[in-house]
Ligand binder design. Structure first.
Ligand SMILES: NC(=O)c1ccc[n+]([C@@H]2O[C@H](COP(=O)([O-])OP(=O)(O)OC[C@H]3O[C@@H](n4cnc5c(N)ncnc54)[C@H](O)[C@@H]3O)[C@@H](O)[C@H]2O)c1
Length: 253
């Protein structure tokens, strides 16, 4: 447990599973009070149970990040219960498309952009005024290596994650003098439900996924959580507007 974080407040969207759950647990282990937000109430409550069972403090708030009223209500609950918001991890995201660009549908485009881009924008829009009023804070958004380059058969997803990096960099510059840092984390393939859904249909894809990372394996959720905590920490005080690839070397090739 570090003194940097003790007693501060963190919000994690998409906190019911995968990278979000692991990061919520990591924040709690550092002594932060954690607000877990997700569409999935059972999973979100499950994350809070794990936090409480390990001696931490946290609450679950049901929230669809594509709805402004939900996001406003989420931040009102955060301030109502804990009085402030020091760190936000805007991580809720979806990946649903399968085919090449010309095979995508308008419904897929709207769904992916709705969660991955509008959701992150709405969260930041309502987090930044709180951080401004209290004199600082840090935001980390979940992009992807698909936000740094091509992602064949995931073109809408790739566009959505490039957009997350655009929101991140622009906000970082806008709020830099206000002691609010804004960064993105860019995972490569990480072992989560999202990964398993994409690869369970074809085991050869799992072998391919491991091979595309120079380290020879896919990543663990804890390896993204530790990068998010670093970006929030005072150790990253001079780091803002960055898109940090946490990718086993995948983008170095
Ligand atoms: N798993 C990977 O390989 C990988 C790689 C790069 C980036 N990412 C990104 O990491 C983030 C987390 O993904 P994960 O792998 O942990 O996936 P996951 O599916 O395990 O978790 C995503 C969570 O987001 C929630 N969510 C979805 N839509 C929502 C909405 N509208 N409002 C609120 N919550 C919503 C889901 O209920 C779920 O709990 C996503 O942004 C994803 O794009 C994942």
């Amino acid at each position: 447990m570090s003194m940097t974080f003790f007693g501060q407040v963190a919000l994690v969207t998409g906190g019911a599973a995968g990278i979000g759950r692991a990061t919520a647990l990591a924040f709690a282990a550092e002594g932060l009070k954690v607000v877990v937000a997700d569409l999935d109430s059972a999973g979100g409550e499950g994350t809070v149970e794990l936090i409480l069972a390990s001696g931490g403090e946290g609450i679950f708030v049901a929230c669809n990040v594509t709805r402004e009223a939900d996001v406003q209500q989420l931040l009102a609950r955060t301030v109502g219960v804990y009085g402030r918001l020091d760190y936000a991890f805007n991580n809720a995201g979806i990946e649903i498309e399968q085919g090449r660009l010309a095979e995508g549908s308008e419904a897929e485009f709207d769904a992916i952009m709705g969660v991955n881009v509008k959701g992150v924008w709405l969260c930041m829009k309502h987090q930044l005024p709180l951080m401004l009023a209290q004199g600082g804070g840090a935001i980390v958004n979940t992009a992807s290596v698909a936000g740094l380059g091509a992602a064949p058969k995931m073109s809408i997803y790739s566009a959505s994650k490039h957009a997350v990096i655009g929101l991140t960099k622009s906000a970082a510059v806008e709020y830099a003098k206000k002691k609010i840092r804004v960064n993105a984390v860019c995972p490569a393939v990480i072992d989560t439900d999202m990964f398993r859904r994409a690869y369970e249909a074809d085991p050869r894809k799992a072998e391919f996924a491991a091979a595309m990372h120079p380290v020879g394996r896919i990543g663990k959720v804890e390896e993204i959580a530790s990068a998010v905590l670093y970006l929030c920490s005072d150790g990253a005080a001079f780091t803002t507007g960055q898109a940090l690839a946490v990718d086993g070397g995948a983008t170095a090739i």
